[in-house]
Design a protein around this ligand. Structure first.
Ligand SMILES: C[S@@+](CC[C@H](N)C(=O)[O-])C[C@H]1O[C@@H](n2cnc3c(N)ncnc32)[C@H](O)[C@@H]1O
Length: 295
């Protein structure tokens, strides 16, 4: 529950209804880094793990984290990026925010003093001062922005919610500090058939309640006067391939998954992952990786 009355994103309850479904269930079909976001693929023989690590490095490098004192991960999931920052990019301290209790419990199984995981909405985050420096040297956020605007908000409401996020990030970074953001977006193929409409409604109602994707233009509008654009790419096909792998892993481990969460939930996830593959292939959905620099 957030203390900010004007917060317009998904509630903690809505987030927990998706992510607090058992860490072992998600481990059955995610890769060992437990990345629950689009990978960055290279070539036909690539593996899901290698593609996820490449994604983490791509965003970490874009955010210029190497040797940083303190980095924030907004929507840290099961801590894959936090771990990568500490182990591979020599970051001294990483703060991760999630709304899911089970994710925080998983991070606690490997965290030492360099990790600070908080079950906290970014809206309520108060990082505190740091020896006269800005609170963070860099910020990353992967696959969380999708939850920052409630389903059904008008464009102006979504942009206002996103602007507040960019305002906070700008406040927490020094001039020249970078924010690496990866998020699903609405795709520009707006010709919807009946099956697609039904699948999208199913995903909004049953899989990711209280969440609606941004248009790319809304992200840029909300970041105006706060951040310069460094780079942006749309990797929709990469998310189609990622969702296909997750789907295939889930099917391969179906009996164990049913034993953990029941037949109905497994069937729901199979449908959601299949529909996502189609959505990214058909360009009803997009996947952007954007690096911003604080002005
Ligand atoms: C799809 S998961 C992505 C996790 C991770 N970044 C990854 O790539 O594997 C979305 C994450 O965003 C977090 N999240 C969603 N809304 C949030 C908010 N308002 N404040 C903090 N975390 C949030 C969820 O708790 C979850 O950890």
């Amino acid at each position: 529950m957030t203390s900010q009355i004007d917060y317009q994103g998904a509630s903690a309850e809505a987030i927990q209804s998706h992510y607090d479904r058992g860490n072992d269930f998600y481990a059955l079909w995610l890769d060992p880094t437990r990345s629950y976001s689009c990978a960055l693929w290279q070539g036909p023989d690539d593996t899901l793990r290698a593609a996820q690590e490449r994604k983490l490095d791509h965003l970490a490098t874009g955010a210029r984290v190497r040797g940083a004192g303190r980095v924030l991960d907004v929507g840290c999931g099961w801590g894959g990026m936090m771990r990568r920052l500490v182990d591979t990019h020599d970051v001294s301290e990483v703060v991760g925010l999630t709304l899911a209790n089970e994710q925080a419990a998983h991070i606690a199984t490997f965290a030492d003093a360099r990790y600070d995981v908080r079950v906290q909405n970014w809206v309520d985050h108060a990082p505190g001062a740091r020896d006269g420096k800005a609170p963070y040297d860099a910020i990353v956020s992967i696959g969380a922005f999708e939850h920052f605007a409630d389903f059904g908000l008008a464009r102006a409401g979504r942009v206002a919610a996103y602007r507040r996020f960019f305002d906070s990030c700008a406040e927490w970074l020094p001039p020249g500090g970078r924010l690496a953001l990866q998020t699903n977006v609405k795709g520009n193929n707006v010709k919807l058939d009946r099956k697609t409409v039904k699948d999208l409604l199913f995903i909004c109602d049953q899989i990711f309640p209280e969440s609606e994707l941004p248009w790319v233009s809304e992200i840029f509008e909300a970041s105006e006067r706060r951040f310069d654009l460094v780079s942006a790419r749309n990797d929709a096909d990469h998310y189609a391939r990622t969702c296909q792998e997750w789907h295939d892993n889930l099917v391969a481990n179906r009996a164990a998954a049913v034993a953990m969460v029941g037949e109905q939930r497994v069937a729901d996830y199979e449908r959601y992952l299949r529909a996502s593959v189609d959505g990214f292939r058909n360009r009803h959905l997009g996947l952007v990786r954007i690096v911003f620099e604080r002005t």
